[in-house]
Design a protein. Structure first.
Ligand SMILES: Cc1ncc(C[n+]2csc(CCOP(=O)(O)OP(=O)(O)O)c2C)c(N)n1
Ligand SMILES: [Mg+2]
Length: 320
């Protein structure tokens, strides 16, 4: 597959945008004053989010997890309401009610993050059913982690998607840990994508730190789904640079493990590749990084000036 220069620059820029947003979020959260709740960051896993979402339009849907900022940024959501949401403010994409773990941005097709491990998969089936029923040719991608592959939600959703031939791309980011538990402790096989065969669907395991590879593999999955052939599974091997949540001391990680993975940082690798290919030079890379920093700074300023929700907001938009 030949990837155009524009697409390569777009893939790089989206990854830098996510990294910059999450690095800034980390700092603000650690200062302990403005950002309530829990924070799970995805630095290191950007290639999975970007390589997937770069194949989708706003009319396609995604569902993601408690570690979902990257997917939502990759899909094209505006950083300002996202940051305001993390600050719990009224101009947040969910009016300050959702916070980090329950982001949604329907206009860009971000149907929801989810703090309940695996549950995004069940919701994805519903959206994919609607896409098929309405003959839209749109698809739904659902992101989840290694920890979610043992849930009933995974197997039930995959079975239903395959039986009804629903356009669902199951995107599993293997970052090796479910909270503090290593994948070798709870997954009895080497590659969980092999399980797709049990439902008669294609499943591939790839290097999840190679953004072009993720982009190419997901493009095959999207084609498969748009053609009405049912679900497809992509398993990408990657790593989270931070702990499970911000504040996790990570004492379950063997010495040197993080350092090895930092050498495979998807953004650093891609930057080197694009420099070597002459797609970008040092100056343009710097510019992209500055542009992303400006966007994030503007988002923080926007969040800071947004009011706290009124107490009456508590009773609005409730379905009973
Ligand atoms: C149904 C359910 N069980 C347990 C938890 C507690 N929990 C939160 S995150 C997590 C681990 C998830 O691991 P994984 O799916 O690999 O995602 P990652 O955090 O690595 O991105 C667990 C067990 C939960 N939120 N929901
Ligand atoms: Mg995990």
């Amino acid at each position: 597959m030949k990837i155009s220069k524009e697409t390569k620059i777009d893939l790089f820029t989206r990854m830098v945008k996510i990294r910059t947003f999450e690095d800034e979020t980390h700092k603000i959260f650690m200062a302990g004053k403005e950002m309530p709740g829990f924070l799970h960051l995805s630095q290191g896993e950007e290639a999975m989010a970007v390589g997937t979402c770069a194949n989708l339009t706003f009319d396609d849907a995604i569902y993601t997890t408690h570690r979902g900022h990257g997917c939502i940024i990759a899909k094209g959501a505006d950083l300002k309401p996202m940051m305001a949401e993390l600050f719990g403010r009224i101009d947040g994409c969910c009016k300050g009610r959702a916070g980090s773990m329950h982001f949604a941005d329907v206009k860009t097709g971000c149907m929801g993050s989810n703090g309940i491990v695996g549950e995004g998969m069940r919701l994805a089936i519903g959206t994919a059913f609607a896409q098929k029923y309405q003959k839209t040719k749109n698809v739904t991608a659902v992101f989840f982690g290694d920890g979610a592959t043992g849930t009933g939600a995974f197997h039930e959703s995959f079975n239903m998607a395959a039986t009804l031939k629903l356009p669902v791309i199951f995107v599993c980011s293997i970052n090796f840990y479910a909270q503090m538990t290593h994948k070798s402790v709870h997954i009895p096989i080497e590659h969980v994508a092999d399980r797709a065969a049990g439902y008669g669907a294609p499943g591939v395991t790839i290097d999840g730190n190679d953004v072009e590879l993720v982009y190419e593999e997901v493009s095959k999955a999207v084609k498969h789904c748009r053609a009405g052939k049912g679900p497809y599974m992509i398993e990408g091997i990657t790593y989270r640079h931070h702990g499970h949540f911000i504040g996790d001391p990570c004492n379950y990680r063997p010495a040197g493990e993080l350092e090895e993975w930092l050498k495979k940082d998807p953004i650093v690798l891609y930057e080197q590749k694009l420099l070597k290919e002459g797609v970008l030079d040092e100056k343009r890379i710097q510019q992209i990084k500055e542009e992303c920093k400006n966007l994030v700074d503007e988002a923080v300023a926007f969040a800071r000036q947004s009011p706290q929700p009124d107490i009456e907001e508590l009773y609005k938009d409730i379905l009973a």
